[in-house]
Design a binder for this molecule. Structure first.
Ligand code: HEM
Length: 157
C-alpha cells in the first residue's frame, strides 16, 4: 500500500526532530565539557581541596610542640588571615586563578629567627596533611618543590 502524503510528512518530521535533538545533545555536551586543567592547581583539586589541605596543616602546626608556640599566641583574626594567605599562596603558586596579596616571605618572617629545625617541622606538618588527603606522590613533590626554595627567605631572618 502506498503511503499517503500526510504520513510521509509525519515520518520526515520525526526524522528531523530526532536529528535536531541529537544535534542539540551533542552541541550541549561540547559546550559543557571543560578542557582538562592539567596545572598542579587543577590536579590538586582546585581551591576547595587546597583549603582542606591548609586546614589540616594548621591543625597539625598547632599540635606540633616544635613550632606551635609561634602560632598559639596569635589572635584568631591573624590565624584566619594566615589561613587565607596560605591558600592564596598555594593557589597562585600552582597555576590557579588567585592572587597572593600577603607579605613577601622575607618580610613576613624577618625578625623571627626561625631555625632550620622549625622549618623542617613545618614541612613535616604539611606532608602529614597532604598524606591525610591522599595527595599523590607526584603532586606532593611538585608542591614541596615550589615551597622548598622559600626556605632561604624564611630561615634565620
Ligand atoms: C615554606 C614554608 C612557609 C611558608 C610558605 C610560610 C608562609 C607564610 C605566609 C603566607 C604568611 C603570612 C604573610 C602575611 O601576613 O602577609 C606567614 C606568616 C607567618 N609565618 Fe610562615 N611560612 C613558612 C614557614 C614558616 C615557619 C617555619 C614558621 C615558624 C616555625 C613560620 C611562622 C610564621 C608566623 C609566626 C607568621 C606570622 C603570622 C602573623 O603574625 O600574622 N612560617 N607565613
Amino acid at each position: 500500500m502506498r503511503k499517503s502524503h500526510g504520513s510521509r510528512l509525519f515520518t520526515a518530521g520525526i526524522v528531523l526532530c530526532l536529528a535536531s535533538a541529537l544535534f542539540v545533545a551533542c552541541k550541549d555536551d561540547k559546550e559543557t565539557t571543560k578542557p582538562a586543567d592539567d596545572t598542579l592547581y587543577g590536579r590538586l583539586g582546585g581551591t576547595p581541596a587546597i583549603a582542606s589541605v591548609i586546614d589540616t596543616f594548621l591543625v597539625n602546626v598547632l599540635k606540633d610542640t616544635v613550632i606551635n608556640a609561634r602560632f598559639n599566641s596569635l589572635p584568631g583574626s591573624r590565624v584566619t588571615a594566615l589561613r587565607q594567605n596560605l591558600i592564596d599562596l598555594v593557589c597562585a603558586g600552582t597555576g590557579g586563578p588567585c592572587a597572593y596579596t600577603g607579605k613577601s616571605m622575607k618580610d613576613a618572617h624577618t625578625g623571627m629567627k626561625i631555625k632550620e629545625e622549625e622549618f623542617n617541622a613545618l614541612v613535616g606538618d604539611l606532608i602529614a596533611s597532604l598524606d591525610r588527603h591522599s595527595v599523590p606522590a607526584k603532586e606532593k613533590n611538585e608542591l614541596l618543590g615550589i615551597l622548598g626554595p622559600m626556605k632561604a627567605q624564611i630561615v634565620a631572618q
